[in-house]
Structure formats: structure tokens, C-alpha cells
Write a protein that binds this ligand. Structure first.
Ligand SMILES: *Cc1c(COP(=O)(O)O)cnc(C)c1O
Length: 224
């Protein structure tokens, strides 16, 4: 039993168990199934099994496969979890319901402009570089308050929460704790954190959205 539906059922079960262990209400964690690099035939079994929230990290890739899948199912919610270029802001606003990766003023400005133009308002998370890794996207945690304020006051953007990707070689717990504390300080309710290897830990630290890919869809050939 290693098909997509049974792996998905297992992940859901483990999320419920982690919620219980943490004393959190069942169902308080949203599972975003990360379908990057997989195509419709691989994704459909997850939809048939009831999964509705999906994550993609590239605008062009999402644009190539999701219109068809969405035409088949009404209530798909699409999440952009990868870095956004400002010249893709329009397509991102058109395509995605939630954007997890707002991390600089240029993107905030571009999103604000396209959201006004299209009268469409995806939910927005600010990505925080909790490990201060130079190659990684996200703002410095010490600048989170100022950046969230800038998004709100200068661009009229409501930020719903924070997102992070901890450094690959470190224990994720302290990074999840830092993200949760930063969100608490800012009065933000939502936390996008936790992937295949550490989503249960993330639930323990209060994740409202876990982003799980390979544990549902299987191994990806190209690391993305
Ligand atoms: C690919 C990706 C994930 C999912 O990673 P897995 O380890 O396959 O679960 C989660 N978040 C982001 C930002 C990603 O790019």
C-alpha cells in the first residue's frame, strides 16, 4: 500500500495525532499537498481522496497544469510556496489563492498593484529566513515587524501569517519556535511551516499550514 491515497491517509492520521499530542483541536492544521514536478495523472488520486489544498513553487509550472485540474473539481485551493518574481505577480494573483512567499518590498508593491487591478485578494504570508541563510529567500526575523507594517501601511496588504523553511542541516524545532514567537509578537494568526521530514514537529509548535510533498507523491527526480 504505497499509493498516493494511502500515503495521504497516513499523513492526515499523523497530523491528527500530532495535534492531539500538542493539545490542539483536531483539524486546526491545514495540509497543503505539494505537487511540484508532478503532473495531472499523479495529482488526481489525491483529489479523488479528498485533498483540496495544493502547493506549487513555480508560477509557470502551476499555470501549465492547474487550469485543467481545476476545471474538473470546484473547490481546489492553490498555494504558491516558491519564490516570486515581480514580473510574475499578475499571473500569481490570477492563479493562486494563497501566496506564502512575500519577502521584499518590490514583491509587496507588485502584488498590491495586481490585486487592485484584478480585484482578487489571495491570502498572504511573509516568508522569514529564520536561519539567516544567505542563499535563502525570506526576510531577517528582526525585520519582520517593520516589513509586515510596511505591507499593511504603505501597500494596504493584509498579512495573515509567517512562513519559514529551516536550514536543512539543523534541528527544525528552534526555527519553528522563532517563527511562532515572531508571529505572536505581531498578532498574526497563521504559521506555514513543516515539510515531509518535520511536519509533526511543526504541528507541535503551532503550524496552521504544513507543506508536504514527497511523503504524499513520492520521490522527486529533480531536486527543486
Ligand atoms: C518542495 C517544498 C516543500 C515540500 O517538501 P517535501 O520535503 O517534499 O515535503 C515544502 N515547502 C517548500 C517551500 C517547498 O519548496
Amino acid at each position: 500500500m504505497t499509493d498516493t491515497a494511502s500515503r495521504l491517509a497516513d499523513i492526515r492520521h499523523r497530523i491528527v495525532r500530532a495535534e492531539r499530542t500538542a493539545g490542539r483541536p483536531t483539524g486546526s492544521t491545514h495540509l497543503v499537498a505539494v505537487s511540484k514536478t508532478f503532473f495531472a495523472p499523479d495529482i488526481r488520486p489525491a483529489i479523488v481522496a479528498g485533498q483540496r489544498l495544493f502547493g506549487e513553487n513555480r508560477v509557470q509550472e502551476a499555470k501549465a497544469k492547474w487550469p485543467e485540474l481545476r476545471a474538473e473539481t470546484d473547490d481546489i485551493e492553490l498555494h504558491l510556496i516558491g519564490p516570486l518574481q515581480s514580473n510574475k505577480a499578475r499571473e500569481a494573483v490570477e492563479l493562486f489563492d494563497v501566496i506564502h512567499t512575500v519577502d521584499r518590498e518590490k514583491i509587496a508593491a507588485a502584488l498590491a498593484e495586481e490585486m487592485a487591478r484584478l480585484a482578487k485578494h489571495p491570502k498572504l504570508f511573509v516568508q522569514v529566513n529564520t536561519g539567516l541563510e544567505p542563499q535563502k529567500a525570506g526576510i531577517d526575523p528582526r525585520e519582520a515587524a517593520a516589513f509586515v507594517g510596511l505591507c499593511r501601511d504603505k501597500y494596504g496588504l493584509a498579512i495573515c501569517g509567517l512562513m519559514c523553511i529551516p536550514p536543512a542541516e539543523e534541528a527544525p524545532g528552534p526555527h519553528f519556535a522563532l517563527l511562532a514567537q515572531t508571529a505572536r509578537d505581531l498578532g498574526l494568526a497563521e504559521l506555514s511551516m513543516g515539510m515531509s521530514a518535520d511536519f509533526e514537529t511543526a504541528v507541535g509548535f503551532g503550524a496552521t499550514h504544513v507543506r508536504v510533498g514527497s511523503a504524499i507523491f513520492g520521490h522527486r527526480d529533480a531536486p527543486v
